[in-house]
Design a protein around this ligand. Structure first.
Ligand SMILES: Nc1ncnc2c1ncn2[C@@H]1O[C@H](COP(=O)(O)OP(=O)(O)O)[C@@H](O)[C@H]1O
Ligand SMILES: CC(=O)OP(=O)(O)O
Ligand SMILES: [Mg+2]
Length: 403
């Protein structure tokens, strides 16, 4: 690595999207950011913003078959800005990897053995790990000489105590198949809980925070003094909160019933619970903006979907208050948490008994900065803290390659 290799490319591959950022770590500056959406569909779309050159945002529409095609397309965009992947200034590529099992508790240099382990975990992250693997393989082919670093969603949760991580099922079966709560979105929960402590002017070790990461996938975590003590996602990213297309918590016997009585196959049930449930299953839309618009027009299915979503949030707020004993702050983050003021207001409504409340004027403020939305003097600080998984991944990646 040359001395002026201070850039990191971060790839955050979702099931059908690929978010990316190129950063210069010498000044912690974003050079380019972008997103490829609807990968695998006819209507794929790439939005690229070249911040370094101050150029216009560029949008390309047209089919992109897979993450390999998406990565090649974004590489071409970067090259057009003179920021190509062939640059000697590129120090490493950092990859978000969703499932790392118990093995990976820290950022890891990717080699064949690491890739094999990520592959082994595909059955427990079927929407995510395959996309992560394609991203890694394509990036390796484009720059075989460069360190590729995996930053795992599961890593932050590996501090959970056994009584939170274990399911109450037969121990021998659980151990034989490594069935336990792993938790996901850990990079976001770690970043946001730290930023929340900062917002309060405290050290992370001094505060207990409930983080609500509400994106398309959604999860809650209880963070005590900077360490995760419980989280809502489990063996897979299906458990917990109501999500865009995933059910979150259900009675596991629902799946037996769907097999025995409804005659569905295991794959059909998997698809139902992961892709046709949650908000989309309840009302046909998974985008909170659209749901709010429909509620304003008097749509009952949208209103019920919203109420179910919020009810689940309240349950986790209550549960994690009990788990933590003392809550200093609740932090809302990700697409819904950062932007949907009505979700925040509804989730907090009636929780005065837990010391939680939202000030309507503060809640209505739109900003990209971390901010308090609870009333002055509230026992629990309620905050909106924008997540930045890409920055966190870039920092962890750069720290590893410059260590
Ligand atoms: N202005 C907004 N108001 C309400 N909800 C929003 C807004 N912007 C985004 N969202 C919600 O955020 C979701 C995407 O969140 P995001 O964190 O980007 O998800 P992911 O990383 O899982 O793709 C959208 O599906 C939508 O429901
Ligand atoms: C783990 C997970 O659910 O991730 P995402 O929200 O990106 O789908
Ligand atoms: Mg996300």
């Amino acid at each position: 690595m040359t001395a002026n290799a201070t850039r990191v490319l971060v790839l955050n591959s979702g099931s059908s999207s690929l978010k990316y950022q190129l950063l210069d770590m010498a000044q912690t500056r974003r050079l380019a950011v972008g997103l490829v959406e609807r990968i695998g569909e006819e209507t794929s779309r790439l939005v690229h913003t070249p911040l370094a050159t101050g150029g216009e945002r560029r949008v390309h529409e047209g089919p992109m078959a897979d993450h390999d095609a998406a990565l090649k397309a974004l590489a071409a965009e970067l090259a057009a800005d003179g920021l190509g992947l062939d640059s000697p200034q590129l120090a490493a590529i950092g990859h978000r990897v969703v499932h790392g099992g118990l093995k990976f508790t820290a950022p890891t240099v990717i080699d064949e053995a690491v890739l094999k382990e990520i592959e082994r975990l595909v059955p427990v992250a079927p929407l995510h790990n395959p996309a992560n693997i394609t991203g890694i393989r394509t990036a390796q082919a484009l720059r075989p000489d460069l360190p590729q670093i995996a930053v795992f969603d599961t890593a932050f949760h590996t501090t959970m105590p056994e009584h939170a991580a274990r399911y109450a099922i037969d121990v021998a079966t659980a151990d034989a198949h490594r069935i336990r709560r792993y938790g996901f979105h850990g990079t976001s929960h770690a970043y946001v809980s730290r930023r929340t402590a900062q917002l309060l002017g405290k050290d992370p070790s001094e505060v207990n925070v409930i983080v609500l990461h509400l994106g398309n996938g959604a999860s809650a975590s209880a963070v005590a003094g900077g360490r995760c003590v419980d989280t809502s996602m489990g063996l897979t990213p299906l458990e917990g909160l109501v999500m865009g297309t995933r059910s979150g918590d259900i009675d596991p016997a629902v799946t037996f019933h769907l097999r025995r009585v409804a005659g569905m196959s295991t794959d059909e049930i998997d698809e139902l619970l992961n892709k046709r449930s949650g908000l989309v299953g309840l009302c046909g839309d998974n985008d909170m903006r659209e749901i709010r618009r429909r509620i304003d027009e008097g749509d009952e299915a949208a209103a019920l979907a919203f109420d179910i979503y919020v009810h689940r949030l309240k349950k986790y707020l209550g549960a994690y208050t009990a788990v933590l004993g003392r809550v200093d702050a609740v932090a809302f983050t990700a697409g819904v948490g950062e932007n949907a003021a009505p979700v925040r207001a509804a989730a907090m409504a009636g929780l005065e008994g837990l010391g939680m409340a939202v000030d309507a004027d503060r809640n209505a403020v739109r900003s990209n900065e971390p901010r308090l939305i609870s009333p002055e003097g509230s026992p629990v600080a309620v905050a909106v803290v924008p997540t930045d998984e890409e920055l966190e991944i870039a920092q962890q990646t750069y720290a590893l390659v410059t260590a």
